[in-house]
Design a protein around this ligand. Sequence first.
Ligand SMILES: [Zn+2]
Length: 189
Amino acid sequence: MANDAGISKELIGQLIDGTLDDDNVLRLLKMGRKDPERFINYTAALQERVIWPEPILLRLGDKLYIVRTGTGGRVVKCACGHEFGDYRRNWKLGCRIRTRRTLAEMREVYDPAPACPEPGWQEIREFFCPGCATQHAVEVVAPGYPIVFEMLPDLDKYYRETLGRPLPDEAPAWYADHTAEITRRWAAH
Ligand SMILES: [Zn+2]
């Protein structure tokens, strides 16, 4: 059982679906050498589980991906098909956001009560997809703190240097935070 070969597509699929049996979980954990193709195979298995054709470049969350569009863009897309726009802009700004500010609101999701953030000093922000209402993220921050941009990946560098498979559209401009474009637009209106 304990060999490094034979990480089949089916096995990766079970890993994603949460149905992998204990023996195979142990086997994967104890592999002496990581499968160099693991990211590509994992992404291929993810691709089989979504309802749209755009190629997945990176998984950001359980149901959230960066994909390449047919028009050459790289956008954040929900499993339901909703697109949040260019991945260089914090996708959270395109969410429906629920903010819990009072102790009563926080106690609905915190147990036991002493674990609750302190109202006035902290607030809980929940980020939902406008298309399917999936909760994609939660953050606990000080009131007024900018919405946290969790990850701006350097996709070109990752694909070129780590995977050895450069993306066909690589360019320095892909690695830049454009979130301020959104907040600037909000400020102007
Ligand atoms: Zn959605």
